[in-house]
Design a protein around this ligand. Structure first.
Ligand SMILES: [Zn+2]
Length: 402
């Protein structure tokens, strides 16, 4: 973990209001050191300086995270989410080394008015309240252009890129894609686990591919300059999206089925098609997803088995990191929302060993330090590291947004 960014002056979410009077108070999990610090391999002084320099000198992009704070007692999350007011983890972000982060908000766990998630009203509440909070401070900026990301780098800020993991809230309204773009959303998933009007999600037994409406939605996203994500879409839907899109896409957070055989991982065919069109796969680290037979206890080592596999398969210029972390008990959150997140179906009956957290990739504050340290100690060059921690994602961002 890095020293806190100088630009961060200690702002806390919604501190312009009165907690307990204007909005409900929750005891939140700490942003730093919620779990024991990662005991990775000992770094030499030279390696430590190199990690520091790589994170300081380059644009670092997480292609997928949820950098919000969750209640210390994770079972309070449904009540917390119902208020619509997720607290951004500014203090943790200030130590993350990230220049830009694709923040995917509450997604299917937004339950302001609904128990089932993904409602338009709830998604708008989630976006609006978070954006309003962002507008009351000066450290994390809402990124809508490539210039915003460069500005963040040059001025010691962090660029927050708003995304949603599925287009389910647009229902059958193409113009809602424009509305989301107008609000600042710059990345959209096609379908989450369940199918929607665009295509099939990964838990469905039959994948009907991209629908006629889905094709029009992809065209609209291309025209507006919204990055398309298929992390939670079915294989056929993913392939047809990649083929139909005139712009490269991001698989913002997934792993390789060749390493771990579940629906949540992408088959070689999808990863290769994505790369052939200029796209990038960001490696996922949410608990119990990117496991491997070499490292069956989920940790940074298991995630890196997926990294090595994808680099072998499609080349280092098509791989990035979307660790999918948050500030709080992610395993507890999965248990709480197991139905909404379709975790049983995603694991497809594959047995796995449970861990309390993913050692080395537990929260947004520690991910990139540990990833770069791993790359440095495994013989990767500065150019290779620069590409996977941000350069590759920036190439796609520039191509899609401009
Ligand atoms: Zn996800």
């Amino acid at each position: 973990m890095l020293e806190p960014a100088k630009r961060y002056t200690g702002y806390r979410s919604y501190s312009y209001l009165e907690e307990g009077r204007d909005y409900r108070s929750f005891q939140l999990a700490p942003e730093l050191d919620r779990v024991a610090p990662y005991q990775g391999p000992e770094l030499s002084t030279a390696d430590r300086q190199r990690v520091q320099r790589l994170l300081t000198d380059n644009i670092v992009v997480s292609t997928h995270d949820h950098p919000s704070r969750f209640p210390g007692d994770i079972t309070e999350t449904i009540d917390y989410n119902r208020t619509g007011r997720h607290r951004t983890g500014y203090e943790g972000l200030a130590r993350s080394g990230m220049t830009a982060v694709f923040d995917n908000f509450m997604d299917g766990t937004a339950c302001v008015t609904s128990q089932a998630g993904w409602k338009w009203t709830d998604v708008i509440a989630d976006l609006g309240l978070r954006f309003s909070d962002l507008a009351h401070q000066d450290f994390v900026i809402k990124a809508e252009t490539v210039a915003d990301i460069h500005l963040a780098k040059e001025t010691g800020r962090i660029a927050l890129i708003a995304g949603l993991e599925a287009s389910t809230p647009i229902e059958n309204e193409l113009d809602r894609i424009d509305i989301l773009h107008g609000f600042g959303v710059r990345q959209l998933g096609i379908a989450y686990s369940e199918s929607n009007t665009l295509g099939s999600g990964l838990k469905e037994r039959r994948d009907g591919g991209l629908t006629v409406f889905g094709r029009r939605a992809v065209e609209r996203m291309n025209r507006l300059g919204i990055i398309i994500d298929v992390s939670h879409s079915g294989d056929v839907t993913s392939l047809e999206t990649i083929q139909h899109s005139t712009k490269p896409i991001l698989i913002t957070h997934a792993g390789a089925r060749g390493v771990w055989n579940t629906n949540r991982m992408k088959p070689d065919e999808v990863i290769t098609a994505c790369a052939e069109r200029g796209g990038v796969i960001g490696l996922e680290a949410a608990p119990h997803t990117t496991l491997s037979h070499q490292h069956p206890q989920h940790s940074i080592e298991s995630v890196m088995d997926h990294f090595v596999y994808c680099v072998d398969l499609v080349g280092i210029e098509h791989v990035a990191f979307g660790p999918d972390t948050l500030f709080g008990d992610h395993v507890g959150l999965h248990d709480l929302f197991a139905g909404a997140l379709s975790l049983g179906e995603a694991h497809a009956g594959v047995e796995y060993e449970r861990v309390p957290y993913v050692d080395g990739l537990e929260n947004p504050a520690e991910c990139f330090w540990n990833i770069v340290a791993w790359l440095v100690t495994h013989g990767y060059s500065d150019d290779e590291i620069r590409a996977v921690i941000g350069g590759n994602a920036m190439r796609v961002i520039e191509e899609v947004w401009t």
